[in-house]
Design a protein around this ligand. Structure first.
Ligand code: FMN
Length: 354
């Protein structure tokens, strides 16, 4: 199965299935001499970890990462960084019901159609467990990128939507609640909604907003590898993502050009930032911001009609431990994928001028 490698210079390969021995990856192309704080990497993994709060899946995984290579005396050596996270709390029995039956809107049917065979345990490779490896790679990319900062937060759950402009959000408040919404009142409403949805055996979607600061101008390549195109690909590669918009996004079409143009200051910065920090596919030095929409995930604890591998109609109810709403756990995944894109373009930028 090709398609497990991301990036062109700063490249990450991930491996592993939800209920296999372990998941992990290899990072190739990370420059030598990057000082790494391994606690920061573990902290990001803990933000993605299952079982971290009452509103996420109760699978209990310590998600402890082990590094095998590429780091010496606290710094990257420029050689491949190999790492793995063991799976310890698999309950594969919980998934025997999807061996032959297809969960509506999950990946069971398409994997069978494509490969004729699938590791159904916990969803196998289609499980978002794979994203833990992205978080490890992204946490390394973030440290390479310093002083660029990347912060994501939950800005919507179902119809509950945070109205605050990303430039006015107090990013220091994101980790103060289990939803990861920086507005405490809104976070509490979102938490109540997620709990209600879970009680009904259902799921709910949401939006994650990401803000990237201290970005130099000049990241991104014309024509096909525009910065926003690569960010879009990175975000849309995350499980359950349905939409990506940057800057003024879809709502921007309501403005006229005279209202929407970002007028310059004499230093090249702009008075407004409808462009979301990207013009012509290249960063302009302003903050980058974008939204990522996640669907209400497929596995629900309610009876639904579906089909089995013989095409027969069957009734099916989700089993096992699942997320009623994935956005609280997806925040570090969005940050990680953004960091991988920026790390790649930072290295590519070094080839731009003589
Ligand atoms: C952090 C995270 C956790 C997820 N947890 C679940 C889950 O518990 N149950 C589920 O059915 N899908 C879950 N998903 C989504 C599935 O992995 C995804 O819907 C599935 O692979 C099909 O892919 P698609 O929705 O992108 O088409 C999760 C996604 C993310 C990002």
């Amino acid at each position: 199965m090709p398609g497990n490698i991301f990036g062109s210079i700063f490249r990450v390969t991930t491996f592993g299935e939800s209920h296999g021995h372990s998941i992990g990856g290899v990072i190739d192309g990370c420059p030598a001499g990057v000082r790494l704080d391994l606690n920061i990497i573990q902290k990001d993994l803990n933000r993605r970890r299952p079982g971290q709060s009452a509103i996420v899946t109760q699978r209990k995984e310590p998600d402890k990462v082990t590094f095998f290579s590429g780091i010496f005396e606290g710094k990257t050596t420029g050689t491949p960084i190999g790492f793995a996270i063991n799976n310890t709390d698999q309950k594969s029995k919980d998934y025997s019901h999807i061996q032959d039956n297809y969960r509506p809107s999950h990946a069971d049917y398409v994997y069978d159609e494509k490969y004729g065979f699938r590791d159904y345990r916990g969803g196998g490779r289609s499980s978002a467990r794979e994203t833990a490896s992205r978080v490890v790679a992204g946490a390394i990319a973030k440290q390479f990128l310093s002083p660029i900062t990347i912060d994501a937060y939950v800005s919507a759950v179902g119809s509950l939507k945070l109205k605050t402009n990303p430039s006015e959000v107090d990013l220091s408040k994101i980790e103060e609640n289990i939803v990861r919404c920086p507005d405490p009142q809104m976070a509490s409403e979102m938490e109540d909604l997620i709990k209600k949805i879970r009680k009904n055996g259902d799921t709910v979607g949401g939006i994650i907003t990401c803000v990237i600061k201290n970005v130099p101008a000049g990241l991104g390549e014309p024509v096909f590898n525009k910065l926003h195109a690569e960010l879009g690909k990175a975000m849309l590669s995350i499980n359950a993502v349905k939409g990506f918009e940057y800057g003024s996004g879809f709502e921007g079409i309501q403005k006229k050009g005279s209202e929407h143009n970002d007028l310059f200051n004499s230093d090249g910065s702009t008075k407004t930032n409808y462009s979301g920090g990207i013009q012509g596919g290249i960063s302009n030095g302003m903050d980058i911001y974008f939204n990522v929409a996640f669907k209400p995930v497929a596995t629900i604890m309610q009876n639904q009609p579906t089909i089995n591998s013989k095409g027969e109609e069957v009734q099916m109810q989700g089993k096992g431990r699942h997320d009623p709403c994935v956005v609280p756990r997806a925040v570090p995944i969005v940050e990680a994928m953004a960091a991988l894109v920026l790390a790649d373009f930072t290295l590519i930028k070094r080839t731009n001028k003589a």
